[in-house]
Design a protein. Structure first.
Length: 296
């Protein structure tokens, strides 16, 4: 296409950033970061972060050392492995100590693996310099609103700067931090994918404005994902629960955004411990009891 060669080189083996790559290159997630600094109404803390994952899934939580052994084991058995991501099961940047330790161990052993993280963005501005230093080339921020009033229907509270905030001020802070983090990453040339969870009746039409806003701030890809409604999820939305969008509703919002930021249409909403090509999950072949105690 019209993409500059330098950019193409950075995405051509990342299955989430390049639709072509997703047939040939594999990613894995390791679930090392269970803590989270916000509450999303669609989240159930017993399960993986819904920002990037399927509801109702409990990933095997690992220490950085266990994650390191798992990554090396997978790299030896899955030759297409090109990307290591940390997508929770909480927030990779709030639980930064474990995220960072994992990346340091892995990149010492496998220097050419691409590192990526996903985050709700609240802690993002504090970590941009370290992300650059550590060569983390791909960051996903989940942005569900740019209007804090809409945010009040999605986020009951955040924990920021040692304090808990609720109501409008919580969403205002979250929104400002997300926009600042996105701008800082774009300025430093880190590729940013924005995930938005489409929540019918809450942010469906609003996502068109989100699309324009994140594009204007330099997001490379926008991934509009359906809320996957599950009885165990979304209970905070009210007694009746919150339904997910119908396929046609998702398509309509994606269609309305097609002049804006590049849309990702092949996201599989993987588990926080997914392994393999997109659309396949070999995670169960690499549970802790199956990986060696010593790998390097
Ligand atoms: Fe749950 Fe993820 Fe939201 Fe945190 S950011 S509350 S882990 S869905
Ligand atoms: Fe890629 Fe979507 Fe899976 Fe994340 S959840 S690894 S963006 S396909």
């Amino acid at each position: 296409g019209d993409m500059p060669a330098e950019l193409w080189n950075r995405i051509k083996d990342h299955p989430c950033y390049s639709e072509e790559a997703h047939h040939y290159f594999a990613r894995m997630h390791v679930a090392v970061a269970p803590a989270c600094n916000i509450q999303c109404n669609y989240c159930n803390r017993k399960y993986d972060c819904a920002n990037e994952s399927r509801p109702g899934v409990v990933s095997e939580k690992l220490t950085p050392d266990q994650a390191f052994r798992k990554v090396v084991t997978v790299a030896n058995e899955v030759p297409q492995l090109s990307v290591l991501g940390i997508a929770g099961p909480g927030d990779a940047l709030y639980d930064w100590r474990k995220t960072k330790a994992t990346f340091e161990l892995v990149s010492r052993e496998i220097p050419d693996i691409k590192l990526c993280i996903s985050t709700n963005g609240l802690a993002l501005p504090d970590h941009v310099d370290e992300l650059v230093d550590m060569n983390i080339d791909h960051v996903t921020i989940t942005i569900n609103m740019i209007d804090p009033l809409i945010g009040t229907k999605i986020y009951p509270w955040i924990f920021y700067d040692h304090k808990r905030y609720t109501g409008l001020v919580a969403s205002q802070i979250l929104h400002e931090r997300q926009m600042l983090g996105l701008e800082m990453l774009a300025e430093r040339g880190i590729l940013v994918k924005v995930n938005s969870v489409l929540i019918p009746g809450i942010n469906d039409q609003h996502l068109i404005e989100v699309n324009a806003a994140v594009k204007a701030r330099g997001a490379f890809l926008h991934n509009i994902m359906p809320l996957i409604s599950d009885p165990a999820h979304g209970t905070h939305f009210g007694l009746t629960g919150q339904r997910g969008p119908k396929h046609a509703e998702l398509m309509a919002v994606q269609e309305a955004c097609s002049g804006g930021a590049n849309l990702m249409r092949h996201c599989r909403q993987c588990r926080a411990d997914a392994v393999g090509l997109l659309g396949e999950d070999r995670g169960q072949e690499f549970t802790l009891d199956q990986i060696p105690a010593e790998v390097a």
